[in-house]
Ligand binder design. Structure first.
Ligand code: NAD
Length: 494
């Protein structure tokens, strides 16, 4: 489906205490990767505006914490229905600003709604626990909100990544401050409007537009107790360091360099589709995209698999099957990286530099799927997150060699194996140095309620950002020990 690109420039404001409010800082333009046109603009929130917004959120949160979870959940249920009602409109807007195709725009929202459904289910699942630990004495767990929490998100999933945390944090009784990517801030207008329409009291969901300075002001505010971040590893580490230095809890997800291990016994059709879609989906701009293909064994035994990957990737039409790249600078970087890999000895099996822009979108940011063969372990194409539709094939003699290469990369988001042998798959699962592993699945994103999160340089902090293993991040556990009557049988804990 053709993406509807906004014809007018959208004024993208902060959302504070239930109203859209213009910022007073630096002016930033939002440019559609599809056609290079300005589709939005905003002024960054100043430090003073950040401080006032968070102060207001801290006051609103005190009342929200008193609302029983079952009542908070009603707002989330309304929120879900509004997102489903407006799904196509939101998918068009987020695709127009991020370069996704329509199906990808919709899929990101659907994954966000899955997290929302998990949050709605908490009222029936997260029951705490109470046990009589000795005569007349009980111990109880109570989950309480942290207070004001903040989340800073990247350009590549304008709805899904924020939706990983918004429903859970709000359902658990927190107030939520969101700083969207300055490249894709427009989707935040829709999410803020939907939450207001759903009946969320003012002040509990505040959106602050901006860049580094706005983020730093948010982290520095004393009332912000927990900070979620998703973006590149360098910034994730900086945000983690700044927040934890002040004693705050921070969960900062970073970049990735994901591997797929291809074994000769893999079903060639499944591998062809799964591997091609993994590195070309979202034009390679996702932290779960495969970017290194570790091909094990005699090259003759995997020739047909590689042919199927090339055939599928080369059949994709730019502008519909595969979307655009976020900026012109990133297209230039990707093209130069391909050239550098070629100079370093890689053989180009499919060359995305030759791709032609779709008709009518010549001013957009385009590159086609690229497959590099005979890439050397340790080289740029093998170790650096390029963030585009490029896959580097490294030839390996056996699984041990493949996993040694996988383990040597600093990141740790995802690794997959394509095989029809369960024992070999299990070997890869055990040896992978990643938080998420797939078997015959090119993009092993866990579905809710299974948590999302990597390890190594793909994540700073403890726990995961969604699902069961996110609950303790967005809440405090109070341990309550109660005795109402004096007991005669004293014991060591009496
Ligand atoms: P980015 O790191 O440039 O920006 C992320 C956020 O940080 C944005 O909101 C941005 O405004 C803010 N920011 C930028 N510079 C900052 C600074 N110096 N101090 C404080 N905040 C700053 O990332 P991006 O280019 O928007 O997104 C792509 C990256 O995100 C890739 O590396 C990708 O792998 C990663 N990502 C990771 C996951 C994951 O789950 N691990 C998911 C999606 C994207």
């Amino acid at each position: 489906m053709t993406i509807k690109i906004p014809a007018e420039i959208i004024s993208c404001q902060n959302f504070i205490n239930g109203e859209f409010v213009k910022g007073s800082g630096e002016k930033i333009q939002v440019i559609s990767p599809y056609n290079g046109k300005i589709i939005g603009e905003f002024n960054c929130a100043s430090r003073n505006a950040v401080d006032a917004t968070i102060d207001a959120a801290a006051i609103a949160q005190l009342s929200w914490a008193e609302v029983p979870m079952k009542e908070r959940t009603k707002v989330m249920f309304n929120f879900r229905n509004i997102l489903i009602r407006d799904m196509d409109e939101i998918a068009h807007l987020k695709s127009a600003e991020s370069g996704k195709n329509f199906d990808e725009g919709k899929a990101g929202l659907m994954k966000g709604i899955e997290v929302l459904e998990y949050a709605i289910a908490l009222q029936n699942m997260d029951l705490g626990g109470k046990v009589e630990v000795s005569r007349g004495v009980s111990c109880e767990y109570r989950r309480e909100p942290v207070g004001v929490v903040a989340n800073i998100t990247p350009f590549n999933f304008p709805a899904m990544v924020p939706m990983w945390t918004i429903p859970i944090a709000l359902t658990l009784g927190n107030a939520y401050i969101w700083k969207p990517s300055e490249k894709t801030p427009l989707t935040s207008l829709k999410i803020a409007s939907a939450l207001k329409e759903a009946g969320l009291p003012d002040g509990l969901f505040q959106v602050l537009q901006g860049t580094k300075e706005t983020v730093e002001a948010i982290i520095d505010h004393k009332a912000v107790k927990a900070i979620g971040f998703v973006g590149s590893t360098k910034i994730a580490k900086a945000v983690y360091d700044r927040g934890t230095k002040e004693g705050k809890r921070v969960l900062a997800l970073g970049g990735a360099k994901n591997h797929i291990v291809l074994l000769p016994d893999a079903n060639a059709d499944m591998a062809g589709v799964g591997i091609s879609d993994s590195f070309t989906g979202c034009a390679g701009q996702r932290c779960m995209a495969a970017s290194v293909l570790l091909v094990v064994g005699n090259p003759e035994d995997t020739k047909k698999h590689i042919e199927k990957i090339i055939n599928r990737a080369s059949s994709l039409k730019l502008g519909s099957d595969m979307g655009a790249i976020i900026t012109k600078a990133q297209v230039a970087f990707l093209k130069e990286a391909i050239t550098r890999a070629e100079t370093a000895g890689a053989k180009i099996l499919l060359d995305g530099r030759l791709a032609v822009a779709p008709k009518g979108m010549e001013e957009g940011n385009w590159i086609g799927p690229t497959i590099l063969d005979n890439v050397q372990p340790g080289s740029e194409a093998a170790t650096v997150e390029l963030f585009g539709p490029i896959i580097s094939i490294i030839r390996c003699k056996d699984i041990s060699e493949a996993m040694k290469i996988e383990n040597s990369v600093t990141y740790g988001n995802a690794c997959s194996v394509f095989t029809s042998n369960g024992a070999l798959a299990e070997k890869v699962i055990r040896m992978a140095s990643t938080g998420m592993v797939g078997v015959n699945v090119g993009v092993p994103v866990p579905r809710e309620p299974f948590s999302f999160g990597g390890i190594n340089a793909s994540k700073f902090g403890h726990g995961d950002i969604t699902g069961q293993h996110s609950l303790d991040f967005w809440s405090n556990i109070k341990k309550v020990t109660v005795k109402w009557e004096k007991q005669n049988d004293n014991n060591w804990m009496s």
